[in-house]
Design a protein around this ligand. Structure first.
Ligand code: MGD
Ligand code: MGD
Ligand code: MO
Length: 761
């Protein structure tokens, strides 16, 4: 039997600290996995469910977007995937009595951890204007209410439709169609806060905003650079791929301000070596870079390649544009500026240059450490310059590998969840469904907050996610949310965004990946796209938490029916009943999805076309791969301050907190910690174990405070500090965003330290 959810909210400000670990996974992780899952799901349900994760006939892991191998291992999930599954497949339930017992104001005082522990949502709930409690509402009344509020708007642009990246292709396609049919491109999504910088840089330079490598490429690479990513926690199955690459002879370089355990050494729980031995040493060269120093690092290496005649001249001549301008600037790269920006010894940069020049096939993998800075887009462009120089795009064993976060965030974008859709996409959509889609660009996540703050967006609907906790500038964002007429969340679990509401609010519970989805037309399945452009089916098997729970797709279609009535040019009712009919339409609108229904039945699904990868065709403005000129910039930090990055602990999935430990970093029982280099700590008078407030400073003179963080002396690169998100989102100014991509600069917040003002209430 699954354990009861905790009644009290455990104190979160008493973390214990021990030395960081030097290897990841192995037996402790396996034990931890099974224990966590069994606590939520009961042992039998846990084991039978976990064995279906990422199998050809099972469901896609609701954890990260790392792809499955062609022949999945019998146990193709990781510790953190199992936590994601347990979080969703828990046997705990939230029913109407729970909301009757807890006023919204009381729930708003609870931690995200406590809210998540209460179990799956089971009934549509309404918080009416002026009410203190959520009360049950029928599905039909809920849909009628949404339709009423949407119809009352002066313009469809006064509504915004957020998506988190777990939403299936089918639901995402229906959702964006609904928004555009209504007349708006206001489709902000989690990607705006995540890999938007990668999408912006890659679309401009290569013509496709996605990664260009497959797992096979990783296995064949000579050199893999992992920059700004912590796969041991966030993409644990990637470690198995790196191990395989390593055994095939690859050299691995990690570029990170922190020595992350998973990148140091990996103990693969799927083989004997990993369970009883020391595991595999993964990183050959660790570059402990300063926060935001990556642009300078790649520029320096590019200069070395140019000076040492390492350029693939034939590739550049045939496939690239803009080489001369790039070369002229790169040759001027100043060594002192590079040293200051990276904080690395010059010999290490030279060592990287030597490895690069000795390698024919090079892959660069990256995640949030590269995407969440002011200069993220130029940084990723410079990574592309680096790969183009030696022809490392569009041949086996080489390419760009932005490692995506949410399990279907890439698929959602492919399905049209984007505030700036291409004209070609809108043309195809309009032609298929016989309407004129809006052409004006919509709001991304940050612009949505501004629009709600200024009263321009009045209805906010979220397909999953936890908008107020995931976005920056928590106080501003929460006030913005409260100005709305109506806020609606389609969710599996209770979270903070349900408690910071507009005048009226709805919680619409929905099926997750693990749940069986049965409609009048029979059992349905959905499909997803992984980080490497592989599309495949996902089938849940568990009995849903309530009998009348609707899928995300069904919810979208029912809202649409309530808004447009039965005579619409889009057959919403048919879509809701039979997802094959929806996929037949996707097949006609989205390139690469021809024969969608047939291709999904292949084991492992199918791979989407990718011009640069498949044939070195680059659908850019110039028709070639573009070299770019990127001024050497790095964050500036005034004296007496540190640059704070906000990152994930090992026991969380974004705003979902599974537990209070960060095992590999040696932190237990609490999350309000700030990791500071001992030398910086000494200069700033921050003693190990002491408590401090973090105060962020923004260019307009405004300040933001996050009280009561325990100081942890930790081997982070000088000048930087690290603390967990979402607790630190209060510190990130709304206007502090990346150039071009508008992504919040979650990895670069200037902070000073002030005396502790005591625990948060
Ligand atoms: N278990 C689990 N899995 C997850 C998630 C989760 O929360 N939990 N989240 C999912 C999502 S949505 C995403 S986007 C991914 C996130 O995956 P990651 O990007 O790995 O997540 P972060 O914890 O933000 O880690 C950022 C890493 O970049 C480093 N870094 C920070 N700044 C810099 C920099 O300037 N330069 C360099 N070179 N490195 C830097 C940090 O030290 C850290 O190692 O994971 C996905 N998978
Ligand atoms: N400071 C700081 N802020 C960040 C980041 C950072 O590194 N630092 N990272 C950013 C990144 S990379 C991302 S991706 C965003 C994440 O932003 P979001 O995607 O908005 O946040 P999540 O925490 O992943 O959302 C969790 C909620 O999703 C709901 N949910 C889970 N599964 C399902 C499902 O199958 N269907 C539905 N309908 N709902 C479901 C549950 O109710 C759960 O509470 O946060 C961003 N914010
Ligand atoms: Mo993400």
């Amino acid at each position: 039997m699954a354990k009861q959810a905790p009644q009290s909210d455990p104190a979160q400000d008493a973390p214990e600290v021990s030395a960081p670990k030097h290897s990841a996974v192995g037996l402790p992780a396996v034990g931890h996995t099974v224990r966590m899952a069994a606590e939520q799901m009961g042992a039998r349900r846990a084991v039978s469910t976990l064995l279906k994760v990422n199998q050809h006939t099972g469901f896609d892991c609701p954890g990260c977007a790392w792809p499955e191998p062609d022949k999945p291992h019998a146990v193709e999930f990781c510790e953190n995937g199992a936590k994601a599954v347990a979080e969703e497949a828990t046997e705990r339930r939230i029913r109407a009595e729970f909301f009757a017992a807890h006023p919204v104001a009381e729930l708003a005082e609870r931690s995200g951890y406590w809210l998540g522990q209460q179990g799956r949502l089971t009934q549509p709930m309404l918080l009416d204007e002026g009410a203190t409690h959520y009360t049950p509402v029928s599905w039909d009344d809920a849909f009628a209410l949404i339709a009423e509020e949407l119809r009352a708007l002066d313009t469809p642009d006064a509504a915004a439709f957020y998506t988190s990246g777990r939403t299936s292709n089918e639901a995402a396609f229906a959702y964006q169609l609904f928004a555009r049919r209504l007349g708006t491109n206001n489709l902000p999504d989690c990607s705006n806060m995540c890999h938007e910088s990668s999408g912006s840089a890659l679309t401009e330079t290569l013509g496709v905003g996605k990664g260009s490598v497959s797992l096979q490429d990783l296995y064949q690479a000579d050199l893999i650079i992992v920059a700004g990513q912590n796969p041991g926690t966030n993409h644990p199955r990637m470690l198995a791929a790196l191990e395989r690459a390593k055994r095939a002879g690859a050299t691995i370089v990690s570029v990170n301000p922190l020595p992350e355990a998973g990148l140091e050494r990996f103990k693969n729980p799927q083989n004997v070596r990993g369970v009883v031995g020391n595991g595999t040493k993964l990183t050959d060269l660790f570059l402990q870079i300063r926060l935001g120093g990556d642009l300078a690092l790649f520029r320096a290496v590019n200069r070395m390649i140019l000076e040492q005649d390492g350029v693939d001249r034939a590739f550049v001549a045939e496939h690239c544009h803009g080489f001369e301008e790039f070369e002229a600037q790169a040759l001027k790269t100043d060594r002192d500026e590079v040293l200051a920006a990276t904080g690395l010894p010059w010999e290490q940069i030279e060592e990287l240059g030597r490895l690069v020049l000795a390698s024919r096939k090079v892959i660069v993998c990256w995640a949030m450490g590269l995407t969440q800075h002011k200069h993220s887009v130029p940084t990723i462009r410079e990574v592309v310059n680096f790969l183009l120089l030696r022809g490392n795009v569009g041949r086996p064993g080489a390419g760009v590998c932005p490692v995506r976060g949410h399990s279907n965030v890439q698929g959602d974008r492919t399905m049209g969840i984007f505030e700036r859709p291409s004209a070609a996409f809108l043309d195809a959509l309009g032609a298929e469904f016989d309407f004129e889609p809006p052409r004006e660009h919509g709001h991304d996540a940050v612009d949505t907050i501004r629009a709600m703050r200024d009263g321009r967006v009045k209805v906010f609907l979220a397909m999953g996610g936890n908008f107020v906790a995931a976005t920056p500038d928590t106080e501003v964002t929460e006030a913005a949310m409260r100005r709305c007429r109506l806020t609606v969340h389609v969710s599996t679990k209770l979270n903070r965004s349900h408690l910071v509401t507009g005048a009226r609010a709805l919680i619409l519970p929905t099926l997750g990946r693990t749940d069986r989805d049965t409609t009048a037309a029979g059992d349905q399945f959905v499909s997803v796209e992984d980080s490497m452009g592989q599309v495949h089916a996902s089938r849940g098997r568990l009995r849903p938490p309530a009998d009348d729970l609707l899928s995300e797709t069904a919810i979208v279609c029912r809202v649409a029916q309530a808004v447009f009535g039965p005579e619409d040019s889009v057959p919403w009712a048919e879509f809701a009943a039979d997802y094959d009919t929806l996929r037949d339409r996707i097949a006609r609108v989205v390139p690469g999805f021809e024969d969608y229904n047939t291709k999904l039945h292949r084991p492992g699904g199918f791979t989407l076309p990718h011009g640069p990868r498949d044939s070195r065709t680059f659908p850019t403005a110039t028709g070639k791969a573009n070299f770019t000129v990127n001024p050497l910039t790095a964050p500036e930090v005034p004296p007496g301050r540190l640059l704070l990055q906000t990152l994930r602990s090992h026991d969380q999935y974004n705003t979902t907190i599974y537990g209070l430990d960060d095992r590999y970093r040696g932190i237990k029982g609490g999350r309000r910690v700030v990791l500071v280099n001992p030398a910086d700590a000494a200069e700033l008078g921050l003693t190990e174990g002491g408590y401090t407030d973090l105060v962020s400073e923004w260019t307009d003179g405004s300040e933001r405070r996050a009280p009561h963080f325990r100081v942890v002396h930790y081997p982070v690169a000088r000048g930087g500090a690290a603390a967990y998100y979402p607790e630190t989102n209060v510190l990130v100014p709304l206007d502090s965003t990346a150039d071009i991509s508008n992504t919040p600069t979650s990895k670069a917040v200037v902070v000073r330290f002030e005396p502790d003002s005591g625990p948060v209430a």
